[in-house]
Design a protein around this ligand. Structure first.
Ligand SMILES: Nc1ncnc2c1ncn2[C@@H]1O[C@H](COP(=O)(O)OP(=O)(O)O)[C@@H](O)[C@H]1O
Ligand SMILES: O=P(O)(O)OC[C@H]1O[C@](O)(COP(=O)(O)O)[C@@H](O)[C@@H]1O
Ligand SMILES: [Mg+2]
Length: 521
């Protein structure tokens, strides 16, 4: 049995490490953690349903911000809440609807239920208790009977922002092909180089022929960038070019930018639908089950972990260290003394002859900054710049065993981070990306705007953008998911007693907050 001390790639994970008795098992994915906190709940825009009437109407009727007391007192709908997405008609009431041409498309010719019922919604929580409020729901994604764009009027554009992630090219391809094959839309523009590409780069006309094979390649066909979001310049450009559908592929930062664009579009009263398609290998986007590319990344990470494992077990006192991406890693750990990482590594070496450590790039930053030149900076998008915890840990482990313990070890450090995110997506992610892209196309054609798409409890939904930007998914060390990992790997938590008490207290506080929130729905 080998020790592998790992952090989660899925990092979602605030936790720094996990130990695995089987280094080939992939890190577990984060399954849609409930992310609403009482503090921002009352300020959220909610559409309360009268189920029998409002749902039948194709567009939202009442959108209002409700105080928690209003929510508590309304028992008519058994606590049913729809967190709706904006519709172009909410600020352009005279916009005419048209019959959806989809049923005339080759693909849908024999489909019985072509359109999603306007009454279909997706529940955010599917584990409920008898008598509990019905809770938050999102509109189900999919084609609608009425559309608010004639195909020949559509001037769409696609932009990709932030870090790379397997599957971006599949999403681009499927938006272009979906618009063309399902709706007969021919005018799709690629904005090159991220947000700044709107105002500083050439554009490229995207056709099904041009993008036909791009899903087989890693990266983004359109290039990407960090920083450079200038809402005014971007919307000026959208207006100047006559663009009326904007498909924005990116992570949390990109979605903040998309929200700003959508607001500005509404302020100017433009018929422009803005949709975000959530992307990140960090799998830390709130509400949705899992972000595309994550599955591919986990698979690829295993190759690095396996290699480190082979290297470690084939020598005496072999130590393998693998660093994976995951910016926010908040689980504290310590090196020295009783219960520390070094003591545990030694114990594993004595028991098994080798040890494997997998850590998140965001882990232990406070230690690295003590020994290295602190950068304390941010990248062009405002994300914290990280010091190399892998190199730091490598040095610490070497020093400890060579100089303090006088033990000979054989250490190999592998940093596969950019290799992992630069590969093409696997079959699972390709199917997922196709669904995301087609859902986005149906949503914008139906006139929805300021939304993002993604699976919620396995059903694709239209989610208000602010829901995915207001909070980042993290793995809570006090949740059963983390305990399952510890139970599977038999690793210690590396938390000191006081931290365990603090974590538990946080959990209890969170539970009280959750209770308050549920009561108030
Ligand atoms: N708060 C924000 N408001 C507007 N634009 C933002 C904001 N945060 C990030 N962006 C823009 O979104 C783009 C991508 O953000 P970044 O954080 O690099 O990647 P990701 O979207 O993958 O999280 C960048 O061009 C950045 O300027
Ligand atoms: O070196 P870069 O390009 O800034 O990317 C590093 C970061 O990008 C990521 O892969 C993804 O981050 P985003 O989803 O915010 O783009 C992080 O895991 C990592 O910290
Ligand atoms: Mg991000």
């Amino acid at each position: 049995m080998e020790l592998s001390l790992s952090s989660s790639l899925h990092s979602t994970t605030p936790a720094s490490f996990y130990l695995s008795t089987n280094s080939t098992s992939p890190p577990r994915q984060n399954l849609g953690l409930f992310s609403a906190a009482a503090s921002n709940f009352s300020s959220r825009v909610l559409l309360k349903f009268n189920k029998s009437s409002i749902l039948r109407q194709p567009r939202p009727v009442i959108v209002k911000s409700q105080s928690s007391s209003e929510i508590t007192n309304d028992n008519d709908d058994h606590g049913f809440v729809l967190e709706d997405v904006p519709h172009l008609t909410s600020f352009l009431p005279d916009l005419p609807p048209y019959p959806n041409p989809l049923k005339y498309s080759q693909a849908y010719a024999i489909v019985k239920n072509t359109f999603v019922s306007p009454e279909d919604v997706v529940a955010q929580q599917i584990v409920v208790q008898k008598g509990s409020p019905r809770g938050i729901h999102f509109r189900r994604a999919g084609p609608r009977e009425k559309v608010y764009f004639k195909p020949e009027q559509v001037h769409a554009c696609i932009v990709t922002c932030g870090g790379l992630c397997p599957g971006i090219n599949t999403v681009i391809r499927e938006i272009v092909c979906g618009l063309h094959n399902m709706y007969g839309v021919d005018d799709v523009l690629g904005i090159q180089g991220g947000y700044r590409g709107f105002y500083s780069q050439n554009t490229i006309k995207l056709t099904p022929k041009l993008v036909n094979d791009i899903h087989k390649r890693g990266g983004t066909f359109l290039q990407t960038s960090r920083g450079g979001h200038d809402t005014k310049k971007i919307v000026d450009n959208i207006q100047d070019r006559g663009i009326n559908q904007v498909y924005i592929i990116g992570g949390d930062g990109t979605h903040k930018g998309a929200a700003a664009i959508s607001k500005e579009v509404e302020k100017r009263g433009l018929q422009v639908a803005v949709v975000g398609i959530p992307k990140t290998i960090d799998n830390d986007i709130a509400v949705i089950d899992k972000s595309f590319g994550f599955d591919t990344a986990v698979e690829e990470a295993q190759r690095a972990i396996n290699a480190a494992h082979v290297e470690a077990e084939c020598v005496a006192n072999g130590v393998g260290i693998v660093k994976l991406m995951g910016r926010y890693s908040e689980s504290p750990f310590y090196l020295e003394g009783q219960g520390g990482l070094l003591e545990y590594v030694e114990q594993r070496l004595k028991e098994n002859g080798h040890v494997l450590i997998v850590l998140a790039e965001g882990a232990g930053q406070e230690y690295v900054s003590q020994s290295a030149q602190a950068v304390n900076g941010t990248d062009a998008s405002g994300n914290r710049l990280l010091l190399d915890v892998g190199l730091w840990l490598t040095q610490e482990v070497k020093d400890h065993f060579t100089n303090v313990r006088k033990m000979e070890i054989n250490l190999k450090y592998i940093d596969p981070t950019y290799m992992i995110r630069a590969i093409p997506s696997n079959a699972y992610d390709n199917i997922y990306c196709t669904l995301l892209a087609q859902s986005a196309v149906h949503g914008t054609m139906a006139g929805y705007t300021g939304f993002t798409v993604g699976p919620v409890n396995s059903r694709h939904a239209y989610i208000p953008i602010n829901r995915v930007t207001e909070k980042t998914n993290t793995v809570r060390l006090t949740d059963r998911m983390w305990a399952r990992l510890l139970a599977s790997t038999n690793q210690p938590s590396f938390l000191q007693k006081c931290e365990i008490v603090r974590e538990r207290a946080d959990k209890e506080t969170m539970e009280v907050i959750d209770d308050m929130r549920i009561t108030s729905i």
